[in-house]
Design a protein around this ligand. Structure first.
Ligand code: ADP
Length: 462
C-alpha cells in the first residue's frame, strides 16, 4: 500500500513511541508493584511488632492485671486493620479474643480480605493463617498473642486505591507522551518531507522544460541536501545544454550563411553573364564549398564525440610514434612554410583510441602550422609522471591574447576573426580536441603570449 512520506514517517515515529511507552509503562508498573509488595510485607512485620509491644504495655506487673479496656481498643484497631487477635495471660487464660467479642465482624473481615486479594491477585498463594507471638515486659514473658492474618502480605483498601491511582497516572503519562510524540513526529516528518516534496515539484517542472528553476530550501539532512544539490545541478546542466543547443543552431546558421551567400552571389553573377566563369572564380567557389564541407564534417565529428555514449576503441599506442606519423602526414604543409618540427622526450605506450588521438595531434599541429609564420619552429614534447603522460605542442607563432584564451575551446570560437578568415578555420578544431581528451579522462591546458607563441599541454592518465 502506498502512502505519503509524511504520513508514513509520522506513523512510524508514533509506532516506535507507542512500543517504547508500552515497555516503559509495563516495566515501571511491574517494578512499582514489586517494591510496594516488599514494602507492605515489611509493614506487616512492623504492625505485628507494634501490636505485641502495645499489648505488653497494658499489663501491670504490680497488680499482675491486664488493662482489658485498652487491650480491647488495641484488638479492635487491629481487627479493622485485618489482624484478628487472641490475647492470653501467662497461665494461658484468655484476656481478650476478637472472635468472642464479635465473631461476625471477624468472619466478614476474613471474607473481604480473601475476596479482594483473590480478585486482584488470582494466582496468589496467600491465605489466612495464625501465628503466636510471646508478649514480654522487661524481659519476662507475661503472655502470648495469637494473630490470624492474611500472609505473607495483603493490601488494605487504601493500598488498593494507591495502586489504582498510580496505574491511572501511568496511563495518563503514557497517553500524553503518545500525543506529544505524534505531534513531534508529524513536525519532524514535515521538516523531512517538505524539501523532498519541493524537489519532486521542481523535477516535475524540469521535466516540463522549465530549466531555470532552482530549489533554494535546505534541510538539516545531508542526503536530502545532496538530492537538492543534484537536482539543481541537473537543472543547471539541462539549462546549459538547452542554451548550447540554441546557440549551436544559430552559430551553424551563421557559419554557413557567409560562404553560401558568397557562392550564391558568384554563381548568380556568372549565370547573369555579369562575370565570366574563369578558372580562378571557379577555384574560389570550390574553396567555399570545401569550407562548408569541412564545417559540416567537423560538426559531424563533434556530434559523435559529444554523444554521452561515445565508445572509445582503445589499444596500446606509442604516442611518440603517432606524433611522427602525423608530422609525416602534414609534411607538405610543413615544407611549404619551411618550418622545423622537433619531437623530444619519450613516454610509455598508453591505452587510447588511436584514430581519435591522431585527430587530436592533427588538429594541434595544423593549428601550430596555421598560426605560425614561415620558418617558424614547432616542438612536440613528451614527458611522464607515475600517473600521467604529458604531450606539449609548442610553436613560436602569433600567440593568443589573454582575454581570448578562455574561449578558444568553445565551438566556432576564433580568436582574431579577421586574421582567421584567411586561414580558413571553422573554430571547431580545439572543441573536438578537448572532447576527445575528456573522453579519455584527460585534460588540456594552453599557455600563450601574443607575438611569442603558444603551447598546448595535453595530460592523459596512464
Ligand atoms: P580554427 O579552425 O579556427 O583553427 P580551433 O578551434 O582549432 O579553430 O582554434 C580556435 C582558435 O584558437 C583559432 O581560431 C585561433 O585563433 C586560436 N588558436 C588555436 N591554436 C593556435 C595556435 N597554435 N596559435 C595561435 N592561435 C591559435
Amino acid at each position: 500500500m502506498k502512502g505519503s512520506l509524511r504520513s508514513r514517517l509520522t506513523l512510524s515515529i508514533a509506532a516506535v513511541a507507542l512500543v517504547l511507552i508500552a515497555i516503559i509503562s509495563s516495566l515501571s508498573s511491574y517494578f512499582i508493584n514489586q517494591q510496594f509488595k516488599s514494602y507492605i510485607t515489611k509493614q506487616q512485620v512492623s504492625t505485628l511488632n507494634e501490636i505485641v509491644y502495645s499489648l505488653g504495655q497494658q499489663y501491670n506487673p504490680d497488680t499482675q492485671m491486664w488493662n482489658v479496656d485498652y487491650v480491647h481498643t488495641i484488638g479492635m484497631y487491629a481487627l479493622y486493620d485485618g489482624y484478628i487477635i487472641k490475647v492470653y495471660n501467662d497461665s494461658d487464660q484468655t484476656v481478650w479474643d476478637a472472635e468472642i467479642w464479635d465473631m461476625s465482624v471477624c468472619v466478614q473481615i476474613k471474607e473481604d480480605i480473601t475476596h479482594q486479594m483473590l480478585t486482584k491477585f488470582p494466582g496468589t498463594s496467600g491465605k489466612f493463617s495464625d501465628s503466636d507471638f510471646s508478649i514480654e515486659l522487661m524481659g519476662n514473658q507475661i503472655g502470648r498473642v495469637n494473630v490470624t492474618y492474611f500472609g505473607p502480605y495483603f493490601y488494605s483498601d487504601n493500598d488498593f486505591d494507591f495502586l489504582n491511582q498510580l496505574s491511572s497516572i501511568l496511563l495518563i503519562v503514557g497517553a500524553i507522551s503518545l500525543l506529544v510524540s505524534i505531534i513531534l513526529g508529524s513536525l519532524i516528518a514535515k521538516r523531512i518531507s517538505s524539501p523532498i516534496l519541493k524537489t519532486i515539484n521542481a523535477t516535475s517542472q524540469i521535466s516540463q522544460g522549465d530549466y531555470k528553476i532552482r530549489i533554494k530550501d535546505r534541510s538539516n539532512l545531508s542526503e536530502v541536501d545532496n538530492l537538492i544539490e543534484s537536482v539543481n545541478q541537473l537543472a543547471s546542466s539541462l539549462d546549459k545544454q538547452d542554451n548550447l543547443k540554441k546557440q549551436l543552431t544559430s552559430d551553424v546558421a551563421h557559419e554557413l550563411r557567409t560562404p553560401l551567400t558568397t557562392l550564391r552571389i558568384t554563381i548568380e553573377a556568372m549565370l547573369d553573364g555579369i562575370i565570366e566563369p574563369s578558372p580562378e572564380r571557379l577555384k574560389s567557389s570550390y574553396e567555399e564549398v570545401l569550407r562548408i564541407t569541412n564545417i559540416v564534417k567537423d560538426l559531424e565529428s563533434l556530434a559523435i564525440l559529444e554523444d554521452g555514449n561515445l565508445k572509445l576503441d582503445k589499444t596500446k599506442v606509442d604516442l611518440v610514434d603517432l606524433a611522427k606519423q602525423v608530422v609525416k602526414k602534414l609534411e607538405h604543409q610543413i615544407h611549404e612554410k619551411e618550418m622545423v618540427v622537433t619531437i623530444k622526450g619519450e613516454c610509455e605506450s598508453l591505452s587510447v583510441d588511436e584514430s581519435r588521438m591522431t585527430q587530436v595531434m592533427i588538429n594541434l599541429l595544423t593549428n601550430a602550422i596555421k598560426y605560425t609564420q614561415a620558418h617558424g619552429n614547432i616542438t612536440i614534447e613528451f614527458d611522464e609522471t607515475i600517473d600521467d603522460v604529458m604531450v606539449k605542442v609548442s610553436d613560436n607563432g602569433s600567440g593568443i591574447s589573454a582575454d581570448e584564451l578562455p574561449y578558444i575551446f568553445e565551438r566556432f570560437y576564433r580568436a582574431d576573426k579577421s586574421r582567421n578568415r584567411s586561414t580558413g578555420g571553422s573554430g571547431i578544431g580545439l572543441t573536438i580536441v578537448k572532447s576527445i581528451i575528456e573522453a579519455h579522462k584527460g585534460d588540456i591546458q594552453v599557455e600563450s603570449e601574443v607575438g611569442v607563441g603558444s603551447s598546448f599541454i595535453v595530460v592523459l592518465p596512464k
